[in-house]
Design a protein around this ligand. Structure first.
Ligand code: TZP
Ligand code: MG
Length: 212
């Protein structure tokens, strides 16, 4: 089954995780309630990328939390990741699905309602919608959607959406109200002094938003 709990989706950035590393950040964040983890490294070479992915995969072993690999199909397969995440500029979903097979999770970034409407729910399991707010984590990102824009994107999407981009604890309620299945964060967990606590705060906010 290609189901994924998007409630608190941690996107690992090696630069922001420098202090304790990505695998340790993931391990601690999962104890705080992170439900999915993505490896997003735009600078590593292939060998380094795969080594990092394997270390994160080992850190997640036995937790039931899936590892999603950004942008790198060959590495996703090599690492034995549970999923692959692609941007609008990457290979088309049908090609990705052919490469990863029927069982791996496939996520796609969408920035507009048109992007969302073009998603084929037979091929794609979830979308990352945003950036909702401006963020220094992704230089040169598209114009922020705001919460109303997020709602419009989600309304057009045939699959569950996770809200990304500048998302902090206080945005969880708005994102869930806009229809998101969860929130995806980098800097709200990576590089925080206590990633477990940071994750717990986010998980609590998402749960509270879903319960109301
Ligand atoms: N895609 C859209 S915004 C973003 C990505 C990967 C970065 C989100 O990082 P942060 O630190 O949670 O704003
Ligand atoms: Mg990409």
């Amino acid at each position: 089954m290609r189901e994924i709990d998007l409630s608190v989706y941690l996107v690992l950035d090696p630069g922001l995780c420098e202090a304790i590393g990505m695998a340790e950040t993931a391990a601690r964040a999962v104890t705080g309630g992170v439900t999915a983890v993505q490896l997003r490294d735009k600078t590593a070479g292939q060998a380094e990328f795969i080594a990092a992915g394997r270390a994160i995969k080992a850190a997640l072993a036995g937790t039931g939390v899936p590892l999603i690999v950004n942008d790198n199909v060959a590495a996703a397969i090599e690492i034995g990741a549970e999923g692959l995440h692609l941007g609008q500029g990457d290979m088309p979903a049908h090609e990705a699905r052919m490469r990863i097979g029927p069982d791996m999770i496939l996520g796609i970034s969408v920035e507009t309602p048109d992007h969302a409407a073009a998603i084929d729910a037979r091929l794609v399991d979830y979308v990352g919608a945003g950036p909702v707010f401006a963020t220094a984590t992704k230089p040169g990102h598209a114009a922020p959607t705001g919460l109303d824009g997020l709602a419009a994107i989600i309304a057009a999407a045939p699959v569950p959406a996770v809200a990304i981009g500048g998302v902090k604890r206080d945005h969880a309620a708005g994102a869930i109200a806009a229809g998101a299945a969860g929130i995806a964060v980098v800097s709200a967990i990576c590089g925080r002094p206590d990633p477990a606590r940071a994750a717990r705060v986010l998980a609590h906010a998402v749960k509270k938003a879903k319960d109301t």
